[in-house]
Design a protein around this ligand. Structure first.
Ligand SMILES: CC(C)(COP(=O)(O)OP(=O)(O)OC[C@H]1O[C@@H](n2cnc3c(N)ncnc32)[C@H](O)[C@@H]1OP(=O)(O)O)[C@@H](O)C(=O)NCCC(=O)NCCS
Length: 181
């Protein structure tokens, strides 16, 4: 999408709960945003592994679940971004975060970024988790991702870090925690 078109669309952006019909649009955003964000952060093979077909299948299945905590930002029926929430996946077992919520994914098309839409999607996910009884929300962000500054701007506190290996490359990831009370 051209940047001027996306900027125009951003003035009409609606944030709402995702439906099954949004699966293809979410997958498209997921793939495009990954390809724009992760070169130099993740190995190229890992980025390429998450194809549009694979993402579309995963999102179609995920959105079959009723009451799924997925939100989309749409304008003129086009998905510009999405946020996905759920219970925090405590790994390794026994570590901190038990009983808290998680922002599993938050991705916007490159041309739709820095116009306040990420914050709106973040807020939609946070409110849904709070309404579901969660007192806090966590999310993981890779070292080197500019999104670290976004999460810190929104009040996130870094509470954990871990390193894992992808295709033989060590990647560091940070966990941010947001108080929802
Ligand atoms: C990270 C992301 C979701 C943020 O959404 P966004 O719509 O671009 O951000 P917003 O316009 O809502 O910004 C909210 C605030 O954060 C700040 N901010 C956002 N991105 C920032 C950045 N890279 N560096 C510094 N500040 C940033 C904004 O300036 C704004 O501050 P303000 O309240 O003072 O105006 C979006 O940029 C994105 O999709 N990035 C690529 C995918 C990604 O990395 N997702 C996170 C995976 S963990």
């Amino acid at each position: 999408m051209a940047a001027d078109v996306a900027t125009e669309l951003a003035t009409q952006v609606q944030v709402r709960r995702a439906t099954e019909a949004d699966a293809a649009g979410i997958a498209q955003v997921h793939v495009q945003s990954w390809r724009a964000t992760y070169p130099g952060i993740l190995p190229a093979a890992e980025i390429e592994r998450h194809t549009l077909a694979r993402r579309a299948g995963l999102w179609a299945r995920a959105l079959q679940t009723p009451l799924t905590g997925v939100f989309v930002a749409v304008a003129v029926n086009e998905v510009l971004g999405f946020a996905s929430t759920g219970a925090f996946r405590v790994e390794p077992a026994g570590s901190d975060g038990q009983g808290e919520g998680e922002l599993n994914a938050l991705y916007l098309l490159p041309a739709a970024q820095m116009q306040g839409t990420g914050r709106r999607l973040f807020d939609a996910g946070a409110h849904a988790l709070r309404d579901a009884g969660f007192a806090a929300m966590r999310c993981w962000v890779l070292q080197g991702n500019p999104a670290v500054a976004f999460y810190e701007r929104l009040g996130g506190v870094r509470v954990a870090s871990k390193t894992f290996t992808v295709d033989g490359v060590a990647v560091e990831e940070h966990c941010y925690r947001f108080d929802l009370s």
